[in-house]
Design a protein around this ligand. Structure first.
Ligand code: UD1
Ligand code: CA
Length: 453
């Protein structure tokens, strides 16, 4: 069976109150149209055509080669939108599966079931019974239960508004029948639009779907948030089935490209953005936002860490409140404590920076201890320079390393030092002014002041 998926996406999306085309708004980390294109591809369509209109160029640029496009010059209704693709439909022949670009929740499995049931009818659509039918087209059925017509909210009488079986906006039709019926659709209705729903007046099979949450049409930002909630939750459940403990599925946010292995634990309010891999045995605590990063086995990411394009090696502990910026590589068994920021920094096996530290453009060996308050001074206002710290170095508290600088194996940098020159291995480096103690000085000073009054 030849199937052309036709995605309607030319509407103005007036209710979003935005200059951005509606179908490009992200729901759960991805533009809505992407979900629809993916569902069309997975359910067996052999080509995808998108009807574009308002914001046409933007939509086209975003979708690229994943689909072909038909342009609807003026948005005169959903029937007019399908007609804008008449040439593509004729050329393709076979069947047309019509989808809307503002329905990100439809599952490919549902479409497969629909197509299977619909293929023996010339015109079919998916209907579903909903709790609140407001805003949707209602399915009006006759005495024998057959579909008589679909009536839009704005055209419905009080009696019809009570019908809770609605039109989802998904259709499956024989191409020739569809085009023939469209030629007879007029615009005599409350909105003076050409309604695609009018094609069912000549007879149609309504496939009743079960799960109303799949057919939310996103018309405004409230519905956008509702759709995202459903998508995030679906992902939480998927991971839970795969052995991930999601402590609060209501506040779990993982983008589609993120992978989480089994025997991991995700605390409430975690955002896993982009393409992450979280390996087995790891725990991500509350308030973390992790983007395009690898968290290897048995790591503990404590509360409120911000990790981007980084690799956290097996057995490491990060946070609370640490920031790993792009290019951070923790090779394993590392400890990054609170208020530590790293950027383009490699830390060898077992090295630690436990508190209040900035490590930027740094190459740090194994078993290095970075004391509290250490700063790599990597920037002179014009260029960036590198700090190299070899294996086993002990950096005391409050040390500044003015790059470029290299500290040899096993050296010791005394607390409070400003290191401006390379330090050979096994050496002590210390830059401290001599400490003076003046006994009894405070009393003498206070007395002198009081006399002056
Ligand atoms: C439409 C249906 C309604 C159904 C609902 C499901 C009609 C007349 N009504 O209503 O029965 O219950 O979807 O969500 O079909 N579009 C174009 N060009 C146009 C107009 C619309 O491409 O000229 C596109 C929009 O971008 C959108 C889709 O068609 O993706 C649906 O349009 P929309 O205005 O959202 O229709 P609804 O009022 O929601
Ligand atoms: Ca809609």
């Amino acid at each position: 069976m030849k199937i052309l998926a036709l995605i309607l996406a030319a509407g103005k999306g007036t209710r979003m109150k935005s200059s951005k085309p509606k179908v490009l708004f992200e729901s759960a980390g991805k533009p809505m149209i992407d979900y629809v294109i993916n569902a069309a591809g997975t359910c067996g369509a052999d080509a995808v055509n998108i009807v574009i209109g308002s914001g046409a160029e933007e939509v086209k640029t975003h979708v690229g080669r994943r689909a072909q496009f038909s342009l609807q010059q003026n948005q005169r209704g959903t029937a007019d939108a399908v007609l804008a693709a008449a040439d593509a439909i004729k050329q393709h022949g076979g069947h047309v599966l019509i989808l809307c670009g503002d329905m990100p929740l439809v599952r490919a499995e549902t479409l497969v079931g629909f197509i299977e049931a619909a293929k023996v009818h010339p015109v079919s659509f998916i209907s579903v019974c909903v709790k609140n039918p407001f805003g949707y087209g209602r399915v009006v059925r006759g005495g024998g239960g057959s579909v008589i017509r679909i009536v839009e909210e704005k055209d419905a009488c009080e009696q019809e508004k009570k019908i809770n079986e609605i039109n989802t906006g998904i259709y499956f039709c024989e191409s020739s029948v569809l085009l023939d019926r469209l030629s007879r659709v007029g615009s005599d209705n409350a909105q003076n639009e050409f309604y695609l729903t009018d094609i069912v007046k000549e007879g149609a099979f309504a496939y009743k779907a079960k799960d109303e949450s799949e057919f939310l049409g996103v018309n405004n930002r409230v519905q956008l948030a509702e759709s995202a909630k459903v998508l995030w939750k679906r992902r939480a459940f998927k991971f839970m089935e795969q052995g991930v403990s999601v402590l609060d599925p209501d506040t779990f946010y993982a983008d589609e490209e993120t992978e989480i292995e089994s025997d991991t634990e995700i605390y409430p309010n975690v955002y896993l953005h982009g393409k992450n891999v979280i390996k087995t045995g790891s725990v991500i605590m509350s308030g973390c936002r992790i983007t395009d990063s690898l968290i290897d086995e048995n790591c503990e990411i404590k509360d409120n860490c911000y990790i981007t394009e980084s690799k956290v090696g097996a057995g490491s502990s990060v946070g609370p409140m640490a920031q790993l910026r792009p290019g951070t590589v923790l090779e394993g068994e590392n400890k990054i404590g609170n208020f530590v920021e790293t950027k383009k920094a490699v830390l060898g096996l077992g090295s630690k920076a436990s508190h209040l530290t900035y490590l930027g453009d740094a190459e740090i060996g194994r078993d290095v201890n970075i004391g509290c308050g250490t700063i790599t001074c990597n920037y002179d206002g014009i260029s960036k320079y590198k700090t190299v710290i070899e294996d086993g170095v002990f950096v005391g508290s409050d040390v500044q390393l003015v790059a470029p600088v290299k500290i040899g194996r096993g050296a010791l940098l005394a607390a409070g030092s400003t290191i401006t020159k390379d330090v050979p291995e096994d050496s002590l480096a210390m830059t401290r002014a001599e400490m003076k103690v003046k006994e009894g000085w405070v009393s003498r000073w206070k007395n002198a002041k009081n006399k002056g009054k």
